[in-house]
Design a protein around this ligand. Structure first.
Ligand code: F6R
Length: 588
């Protein structure tokens, strides 16, 4: 979703901001823009399309000035047009704003501002902020005081950065329920929606809390708490490095991240001493236990539930984050919510945990982004340690989530340590060798309109994940389901040549899944079997190495991720930036 990057420096900033824009592209966007202040004048350039196209047309990097801010917009209020792209300026260009979030009360605010004589240029909710701050700035002549006064009138979610034409030394930021951080560099200070925006310049980061307002200048950061009192907070060093952001020799980040997974399983398994046990204790003591997440993270959460229910006899429910409030009746003091999120900023997840906490529940999270809102609002955190995931489709973060969740379940089961990580890493490397075979499958199936993914028991969340990946990247209609559900509707959709992926590792459910494959074949389906045991029922067979039962989802996900990736490439879709998707879904 919208990306924010602002910089005050002792050198021209346009190039730095352009680089930052390219780094936040992965969040998902449809238009972008930049503003700088030079010689007492505020200059804005913006447009629709990819950052590089806008740069070619508008010459963003040619903007002069040592202070500036830039934005990638994911349209919510108002169409995808130049006028609606950020930054937005107030009537006389005194104030400029960029924003991530939704201002819920923008309609009455806009009406009252128009009545006072303000002229609006866009259809966005964001523009009201520029006009409100302008009014307050004229009154107070103080950027921070003006921002505090204006934000008091806003309802909804926001992370904003503001510049003031006659104050070329400061950028002011404010946040409520949307991410905003400060990057502390040498001779330059940043404000951004995530670390990747400035990681090439500094890894020293200050995470802001809700209702805080920050003023950055070239060499100073001043944070004010909700009561207007100054808050002292030291920067923390983030572990991500610039090298994590290169594509290496891979054509896309998605392919690079898929191929990183042998390493992912190792790095995810290295946790701070005692932390996994702390999680396990909380789970064992929970009066009621919910696991919550969205998208791919939800699928990892389903896997954890299976193991807790079956192996530990602990009742756990996994609920998509946007629906957790429907279970509020079971959340109380003594309840535990385990939240999974790569970004730690997914709005539905944040709202779910906020609701759970208000009922007295404790929140334990499994996140990739240290310092994210979810991580900071949790009572305990385990990090995925898989480095930045730039491809919009979650791949290595899923693998890391399954590893970390498995370690927690093993600790709940009383195991002193999780075994088999090294063997798992080797098995993942082995599974990646199916790449050539998957390309052949893509060649054969790329024009089929529908795909189905089925599995039983512990594997069934992987069927959901396979369908999600294929939809996201290839735009082919895909459904995943437990094989037992096939008879209850889906078999009616199977025609001659319909591809159905059957995930069928050796184990208790193997024979039943083979029967499902036979049923599908009898109705004309072409069954793609993914397993460690071959069978004549499969039209195509992808062999996977045998791994411990708890890790089968990790090796099974590999061919499914490759299928989605190569399908996207075959259909000339950009796998790193699929249409209509955002990496970090920061609005509800
Ligand atoms: C799927 C995908 C999304 C995310 C979902 C949750 O490939 O990327 O469905 O899984 O938006 O995101 P996080 O894990 O950041 O909360």
């Amino acid at each position: 979703m919208c990306g924010i990057v602002g910089c005050v420096a002792d050198e021209p900033v346009a190039g730095i901001l352009l680089e930052g824009l390219r780094r936040v592209e992965y969040r998902g966007y449809d238009s972008a823009g930049m503003a700088t202040i030079n010689d007492g004048s505020l200059k804005l350039r913006k447009g629709v399309g990819r950052v590089d196209e806008i740069e070619d047309e508008q010459g963003l990097s040619k903007l002069k000035g040592n202070i500036g801010m830039a934005h990638t917009r994911w349209a919510t209020h108002g169409g995808v047009t130049n006028e609606n792209a950020h930054p937005h300026a107030s009537c006389k260009g005194l104030v400029a704003v960029i924003h991530n979030g939704i201002i819920e009360n923008y309609v009455p605010l806009k009406k009252s501002l128009i009545a006072k004589g303000h002229r609006f240029r866009s259809e966005t909710d964001t523009e009201v902020i520029a006009h409100l701050v302008e009014d307050e700035y004229k009154r107070t002549r103080d950027p921070t005081k003006a921002t505090i006064a204006a934000t008091k009138r806003l309802k909804g979610q926001y992370a904003i950065a503001l510049m003031f034409q006659d104050r070329p030394d400061v950028i002011v930021g404010a946040r409520k329920d949307a991410p905003l951080i400060v990057g502390v560099g040498e001779g330059k200070m940043f404000i951004a929606s995530d670390v990747l925006a400035f990681i090439g310049h500094t890894d020293r980061t200050i995470f802001l809390d809700n209702f805080e307002v920050v003023e950055i200048s070239r060499d100073r950061v001043k944070i004010l708490g909700p009561g207007g009192k100054e808050v002292k907070r030291k920067p923390t060093q983030v572990a991500w490095e610039l090298s994590d952001l290169s594509k290496s020799d891979f054509a896309h980040y998605t392919l690079k991240e898929i191929n990183e997974q042998p390493k992912t399983v190792i790095t995810a398994s290295v946790q701070e001493p005692g932390k996994v046990e702390q999680f396990a204790r909380a789970i064992r003591r929970a009066k009621s236990l919910y696991i919550t997440a969205s998208g791919t993270s939800y699928h990892a959460g389903l896997l954890m539930k299976f193991r807790l229910n079956k192996e530990a006899s602990i009742r756990a429910d996994t609920v998509v984050a946007g629906e957790l409030k429907e279970h509020a009746g079971f959340l109380r003091k003594g309840s535990v919510v385990v939240a999974f999120s790569q970004s730690g900023e997914t709005a539905d997840v944040l709202e779910a945990v906020k609701g759970a906490k208000s009922k007295g529940a404790k929140v334990y999270s499994i996140v990739n982004a240290a310092g994210s809102t979810l991580a900071r609002e949790s009572d305990g955190v385990l990090l995925l340690n898989c480095g930045p995931e730039v491809g919009v489709a979650a791949t290595k973060s899923f693998t890391a989530q399954v590893v970390v969740a498995s370690m927690v379940v093993d600790a709940v089961l009383g195991k002193k340590r999780s075994n088999g990580i090294k063997e798992l890493s080797e098995a993942v490397a082995e599974a990646l060798k199916c790449d050539e075979q998957i390309r052949d499958l893509v060649h054969e199936y790329k024009d089929r309109p529908d795909f189905y993914f089925v599995a039983r028991g512990y594997e069934s969340p992987v069927a959901l994940e396979g369908a999600l990946k294929l939809k996201e990247l290839s735009y082919i209609h895909a459904e995943g389901m437990p094989a037992s559900e096939l008879k209850h509707g889906t078999l009616a959709l199977i025609e001659k040549g319909t591809p159905v992926v059957v995930l069928n590792p050796s184990g208790d459910a193997h024979a039943d899944s083979l029967s499902s494959a036979e049923e599908l074949k009898a109705r004309g389906a072409e069954v793609i079997g993914i397993s460690d045991i071959e069978d004549s029922v499969y039209t195509h067979f992808v062999r996977l190495p045998k791994v411990q039962a708890k890790f089968t989802p990790i090796v099974e996900a590999i061919p499914l991720q490759l299928l989605a990736y190569h399908m996207a490439v075959a259909k000339r879709n950009d796998p790193d930036y699929p249409r209509n998707l955002a990496k970090s879904v920061t609005v509800k």
